[in-house]
Design a binder for this molecule. Structure first.
Ligand code: ATP
Ligand code: MG
Length: 529
């Protein structure tokens, strides 16, 4: 298992949190340094309890502008200071130290420290050396709280000054200015946000400006970005605002001496992120590095994602409307039939459709596909109470809640609950009229009160739902497994099938129905249907 830089620092170095914070910011923004120097970068920190004899590789980055010289990932490895004398010297002297050297093969990170095995040159893999025989090393001390306790090592090809292009010279020079800032403790800037994924890199487009904000150099990709923003003039020694790019980031960064990020929208369709880093030397601002990143496509994606969410809600809304239309149609048809079995059946069907509509109604209001089930319960309870004939008090009391559940659980569960509540108000208290024919208990109409209790619980792994009434209880010999009637067949099939749960129905001073539904497995699960 790969450890994160934070874990490595905590376990194997003496860095405290503030120190690590600074290094973390460096790790978040040093991609630019690597690109500008066309080099691999390593961040080395003296290892805990090794008395400066060993250095831990805390970070590594490869340039996107050049070929890497480090073919292996050294993060988490420990190297001997004796083999990395330039680095050790930078730590000791606090100065930038450079030289040409071979890179020794590092040893893997042993545990626990500090009883490391003796460093062995050339491990068993043997074939591929970590770097070519010689490379240019440059070690930049990183002061932490006034003391040098880390070093940034640049490993690049031996420079060939004769053959360098202007871009290369500008980039290398800019790297030197930034490296000096690292050594002075000025870079990365304190308090600067590290947003690695959004951070522009040099390849996105780089502009170098002087203290007045005049463009000294603009990379080809920066030129392209400017073109997309409608700039077609020559840019050298002009200021961006003079070119019609209304940004204030550069001026603000130059004035305040700290980085400024600004999103510039130009012409309806181009959005460019302007990331401006002031360059400091001896406490003075000497210019600024401006990275331009065309984020048009990214922002368009963001907007699409937002509208996708809205679209899903819109679909739920329409589904709900359609279900309501269906239930109205059923109601109309039921009215045209003479009282009897057919009419009853249509009424039942109408009610079932409505209980599904309730779920879509709520999904159409919620972002994401989790539904607060309590809201559904509220609607279902009202539906059941309404269907009990008026004047025959059946009260439904809800205790507990099951919080948010996925739509795949909410829909079948809503149907199940609607059936159970309906049964309670319909069958448990025969004299309330809905079961008219069997209402022969001799109690006066309109006076008795039936109680239905709905108890809900969710322990994160299982949902437990209980529907209890204090009515007449189940018919003798009733068996949920064997029942052929439609309502409870639906309940049984949904609970044991789609919801993969269990159902118990028993007579206990009325009827008690207990549902037990695993949530984890349903969430992760292939649904049964
Ligand atoms: N809470 C209850 N109290 C008393 N009897 C009940 C209760 N719930 C169900 N029953 C009995 O179980 C039978 C089957 O219920 P089920 O819901 O399957 O059918 P139904 O309600 O008669 O018709 P449907 O629900 O299809 O309209 C009911 O007819 C009733 O006799
Ligand atoms: Mg029923």
């Amino acid at each position: 298992m790969m450890m994160t830089p934070a874990e490595l620092a905590a376990s194997f170095t003496d860095l405290d949190e503030a120190d690590f914070d600074h290094l973390q910011r460096l790790l978040g923004s040093w991609g630019v340094l690597s690109d500008l120097s066309f080099s691999d970068l390593l961040l080395l920190v003296p290892a805990k309890g090794a008395d400066g004899e060993r250095l831990l590789v805390l970070g590594q980055i490869r340039p996107t502008t050049s070929v890497t010289l480090l073919r292996v990932d050294l993060v988490g490895q420990v190297v001997a200071a004796a083999d990395w004398q330039v680095a050790a010297e930078a730590v000791r002297t606090g100065k930038v130290v450079s030289g040409v050297a071979d890179v020794p093969a590092p040893t893997p990170l042993p545990a626990p420290l500090p009883s490391w095995p003796v460093h062995e040159q050339g491990s068993d893999t043997g074939e591929v050396p970590a770097v070519p025989d010689t490379a240019q090393f440059e070690c930049v001390p990183v002061p932490l709280g006034g003391e040098v306790r880390a070093v940034m090592v640049r490993i690049g090809p031996l420079e060939d000054r004769r053959r360098s292009y202007r871009l290369e010279r500008v980039y290398r020079d800019l790297y030197q200015r930034l490296a000096a800032m690292v050594a002075a403790g000025d870079y990365p800037f304190a308090g600067e946000d590290v947003t690695t994924e959004d951070a522009p890199r040099v390849g996105d487009g780089l502009i170098l400006v002087d203290t007045e904000g005049r463009i000294v150099y603009s990379s080809p990709n920066a030129m392209s970005a400017l073109h997309r923003m409608g700039v077609s003039d020559a840019v050298e020694s002009r200021r961006l605002p003079d070119l019609g790019v209304e940004e204030t980031a550069i001026d603000r960064a130059l004035a305040a001496g700290c980085p400024v990020i600004e999103e510039v929208e130009r012409r309806p369709d181009v959005i460019v992120l302007v990331h401006c880093t002031p360059l400091l030397a001896g406490g003075l601002v000497t210019g600024a590095m401006v990275l331009l990143r065309d984020v048009t496509d990214l922002r368009r994606l963001d907007r699409l994602l937002l509208s996708k969410d809205a679209a899903i809600r819109e679909v739920h809304h329409r589904v709900k409307n359609n279900l309501q239309t269906i239930s109205s149609l059923l109601r109309l048809q039921a009215r045209r039939l003479a009282p009897g079995e057919g009419q009853e059946a249509l009424r039942e069907a109408e009610r079932r459709v409505r209980s599904i509509a309730v779920v879509h109604e709520i999904l159409s209001r919620e972002p994401g596909d989790e539904v607060p089930f309590d809201e559904i319960v509220g609607s279902l309870v009202r539906m059941a109470e309404d269907s009990a004939l008026s004047g025959h008090g059946v009260t439904i009391q809800v205790t507990g809640d099951i919080g948010e559940v996925g739509a795949d659980v909410a829909t079948p569960l809503a149907v199940v609950l609607a059936e159970l509540l309906q049964n309670a108000v319909e069958h448990a208290f025969p004299s309330n009229g809905t079961d008219g024919a069997q209402a022969a208990e001799g109690e006066g109409e309109g006076t008795e009160i039936g109680h239905v209790d709905l108890v809900l619980a969710n322990d994160g792994r299982r949902l437990t739902l209980q529907v209890r009434d204090d009515g007449v209880g189940l018919p003798a010999g009733f068996d949920i497994e064997a029942t052929k009637s439609l309502g409870l067949s639906i309940v049984r099939d949904l609970v044991t099938g789609q919801l993969e749960g269990t159902i118990i129905m028993e007579s206990r001073g009325g009827t008690l129905v207990t549902l037990d539904i695993p949530v984890a497995s349903v969430d992760a699960g292939e649904s049964w249907s």
